[in-house]
Design a protein around this ligand. Structure first.
Ligand code: NAP
Length: 461
């Protein structure tokens, strides 16, 4: 920590997910006052609406954030949407620093025919649905399909596959949204096929997540042994310093899976490698997916790429989940790097379209660096942005006069009379955990904004 900033400088942080919260904690420690905004009345971003409900240990990071929220100088403004209720310029006029921490809310597209058929879904939405995000609570997923194909070889693809095959005893102790539990319980999916466009050596899974597939209550994990015969380029790469231990362990885990005989469980998670989707088939609704076999080639930059061989096959399925990475959405008035799908920035300092620095505006987390890393990665990322904010503060760049904290409170309440404070969120939290306790679950999530507003308003000023 550097010398605390002198007069209380005030910052708005937009997005109460992991990166926003880590950054808030660090700015408070630097002597800033921080107003943390979120478009939802509930905090914690992807920890609440992204992390799989059967991973409660990962969700326990919220205890760190709760400690931050108890610190002097912290305020929460839940239910305030940037771009709808307030603009970037309005925040810039009221704070010494504005930090964008709103993550990457949308999905990458495959760009193939049939992608928009009914039954073809982005993983981002499916994940938000089973996690009870209010904007996705009314989405519908046809889990009566016998086979679901999940495109992508990252941890989100694994989460999606696992959630689909969990059985009652695995689902019940979680905080999966009630609507999703009902549907998942009634599901008839027998096979979930995960499609990797490259080989096992290049899979983006982390080891614990891949290992977990081997311990499902009623689903066998299936890997074809011929997929573990690595092409020479992949084999050499795996032995090289460029490969990570994670890649090597993934291959070992997959090799062990490939030796397993089916144990007679009702469901199967099948991992297939070196296949890319070329078309999602069906008239109005997904009926199958046409895929092409790839081989690995090295491009001019030395990267190992998937190149189609021309060999094709069709997999019948009733649902396709596209889990090929997240993407940021542009914000009016803030320069956006279209290619990378994030706010144009240099180490967290927001840039204008001409490359000059937009004084007092910063970015952190996925909207700054792209959708990669685990929750803890955001702590270091936040520290990098905070270092620049403090540098700018010490250089006198953030010294313009700004309205005081009370004036800002009045402004926000004028825009969003039902704004939810931290105390309001605590009431929602108590309500959810109390209802959960009656059922032996960590919480039963409220998934309607009106319900949340009612509960939050009960004892709020
Ligand atoms: P990811 O790890 O970046 O994986 C994306 C996958 O999509 C890759 O396998 C990629 O293959 C594939 N892909 C991209 N474009 C494709 C295309 N056009 N066709 C076919 N496949 C394509 O992303 P993610 O799974 O969304 O996860 C995001 C981040 O959150 C990651 O850092 C992840 O580890 C983290 N996360 C962690 C946990 C956990 O710790 N439990 C859980 C969920 C997410 P290529 O490699 O060939 O590009």
């Amino acid at each position: 920590m550097s010398e605390p900033v002198s007069a209380p400088l005030r910052a708005a942080v937009v997005g109460a997910g992991p990166s926003g919260f880590y950054l808030t904690g660090q700015l408070l420690a630097e002597g800033f006052q921080v107003d943390l905004y979120d478009s939802l009345p509930t905090p914690f971003g992807l920890v609440r609406a992204g992390v799989a409900p059967d991973h409660p240990n990962i969700k326990a990071v919220t205890r760190v954030f709760e400690k931050t929220a108890r610190k002097e100088g912290f305020r929460f403004y839940g239910g305030v949407e940037l771009g709808r209720d307030v603009t970037p310029q309005e925040l810039a006029d009221r704070y010494h620093a504005v930090v964008y921490a709103f993550g990457t809310a949308t999905d990458n597209r495959l760009g193939i025919p049939g992608e928009n058929l009914l039954g073809s879904h982005p993983a981002t939405e499916f994940v938000a649905w089973y996690n009870g995000h209010p904007s996705y609570a009314d989405h519908e997923y046809d889990l009566t399909a016998r086979r679901v194909v999940v495109v992508g070889n990252g941890n989100v693809a694994i989460d999606v596959a696992r959630m689909i095959v969990l059985v009652e005893e695995e689902l019940t102790p979680t905080d999966t949204a009630d609507h999703a539990i009902t549907h998942l319980r009634a599901g008839q999916v027998q096979d979930v096929v995960l499609l990797g466009r490259r080989g096992p050596a290049q899979a983006a899974f982390t080891n614990p997540e891949l290992r977990e597939l081997g311990y499902l209550a009623d689903a066998d994990v299936v890997v074809h042994s011929e997929d573990l015969v690595l092409d020479p380029l992949s084999a050499a790469w795996l032995e090289s310093e460029d490969a990570h231990t994670t890649n090597r362990r993934n291959v070992e885990i997959l090799r062990e899976y490939s030796t397993r005989a089916p144990t007679g469980k009702q469901r199967r998670v099948v991992l297939e490698f070196l296949w890319s989707p070329v078309q999602i088939l069906g008239d109005t609704h997904v009926e199958g997916i046409r895929i092409v076999r790839n081989r690995i080639e090295q491009d001019a930059g030395g990267a190992l790429r998937a190149v189609p061989t021309g060999e094709e096959r069709i997999l019948e399925c009733g649902m396709v989940v596209r889990s090929i990475g997240y993407r940021g959405t542009p914000l009016a008035g803030i320069s956006f790097d279209e290619r990378r799908g994030l706010i144009r920035n240099a180490g967290g300092r927001v840039l204008e379209a001409d490359g000059s620095v937009r004084t007092g505006s910063y970015a952190v987390g996925w909207i700054k660096r792209g959708p990669s890393g685990v929750i803890g990665t955001n702590k270091k990322d936040a520290a990098d942005t905070v270092a620049r904010i403090v540098q700018d503060a010490q250089a006198g760049v953030l010294s313009a006069d700004r309205p005081d904290a009370d004036a800002v409170e009045a402004f926000v309440r004028g825009r969003v009379p039902g704004v939810v404070s931290w105390d309001g969120w605590r009431l929602i939290d108590e309500h959810e955990t109390a209802t959960g306790a009656e059922q032996g679950r960590p919480r039963v999530k409220l998934v309607r904004l009106e319900q949340m507003a009612d509960v939050a308003a009960r004892r709020q000023r």
